[in-house]
Design a protein around this ligand. Structure first.
Ligand SMILES: NC(=O)c1ccc[n+]([C@@H]2O[C@H](COP(=O)([O-])OP(=O)(O)OC[C@H]3O[C@@H](n4cnc5c(N)ncnc54)[C@H](OP(=O)(O)O)[C@@H]3O)[C@@H](O)[C@H]2O)c1
Length: 280
């Protein structure tokens, strides 16, 4: 039986994808911080007659050790991973550091996706046609702040997510060079009416409230990306609102990808090995 693992799978686009894979008969593991959202997902799966194939894991993926815990659980309990969706995000209007000392968007939008992708590559490699979906920048979100990866100077508000997305483009390049048998799909879905989980200042909150109602439905976002997940046209595919875009532009420079990989390994070497506080 195929397995799908989804961060952000308790809400928004991730949840809609989780339900899609449940409907196809996959075993589905969703990860999030909210017990309520996790239980709501499990209850819906039960009602759909798929309760036995649905699992929820509560984890704060902005913490390095929590990502390692997820990798450990998945590798112990799943024979293989066919689909890995990297969709967790939490916007903050003001800069916040995680207990590991990383800027929170850098930690959740980039480091978590780095840790889970590389950590689960072995299990992805066991699947017949493994695919990773990451909501990256598709070459449209740079430039990378090489001298300020954690946005210490002039924190850009919503731009912090865009910066994380640009880092994810480079992550995808290095990943596909390292694991050529695993398809990697980057997706920029356009504005989608989701919860836009985050902590917003009043001006951003007003803007986000409009996005929550004006965005396209999650079903449309899923319909646009699913064909690319089911039959990726290349080892690395970038898809903007359903259309493939080039991945041979400066935003996907292999030298930059290798540089970011090295910088990330150095940062991770300094991260605490254990969760900094008691977890759930
Ligand atoms: N919606 C859009 O218009 C849009 C536009 C461009 C790109 N995207 C990208 O598409 C992806 C999905 O976005 P969305 O709008 O569907 O998301 P969303 O509805 O805002 O949901 C965010 C998800 O992330 C999880 N999450 C937040 N903080 C977490 C943490 N510390 N640890 C673990 N999980 C955490 C949330 O679960 P809990 O609440 O349980 O923690 C939730 O499942 C994201 O990468 C986003 O950047 C979306």
């Amino acid at each position: 039986m195929a397995t799908a693992v989804l961060t952000g799978g308790t809400d928004g686009i991730g949840r809609a994808l989780a339900e899609t894979y449940l409907g196809r008969g996959h075993d589905v593991l969703v990860i999030g911080t909210s017990q309520d959202k996790g239980e709501a997902f499990l209850a819906a799966a039960e009602r759909a007659g798929a309760g036995g194939r649905a699992r929820f894991l509560r984890a704060d993926l902005s913490l390095v050790a929590e990502n390692r815990r997820v990798v450990d659980l998945v590798t112990r309990t799943c024979p293989a991973v066919d689909v890995l969706v990297l969709g967790a995000r939490f916007h903050r209007s003001t800069r916040v550091k995680t207990a590991d000392g990383f800027e929170s968007n850098f930690a959740l939008y980039y480091l978590s996706r780095y840790l889970l992708g590389h950590g689960l590559a072995g299990h992805l490699g066991r699947a017949q046609s493994p695919t990773v979906l990451n909501f990256g920048g598709c070459g449209l979100m740079g430039p990378v702040r090489w001298n300020d990866l954690q946005l210490r100077r002039g924190y850009p508000g919503t731009g912090a997510l865009a910066h994380g997305a640009a880092l994810c483009d480079l992550l995808a390049v290095q990943f596909t060079r390292t694991y050529p048998g695993i398809s990697y799909v980057l997706n920029l879905p356009g504005v989608v009416a989701t919860s836009f989980a985050g902590e917003y200042d009043p001006a951003t909150a007003a803007h986000v409230a409009r996005l929550r109602t004006s965005g396209k439905p999650v079903s449309a976002a899923v319909a646009e990306i699913l064909p690319h997940l089911d039959a990726p046209a290349a080892p690395l595919t970038a898809v903007v609102e359903g259309r493939r875009v080039a991945t041979d532009t400066a935003a996907f420079d292999p030298a930059d990808a290798a540089r970011l990989h090295q910088l990330t390994e150095r940062l991770l070497a300094q991260a605490p090995a254990q969760p900094p506080a008691a977890q759930w």
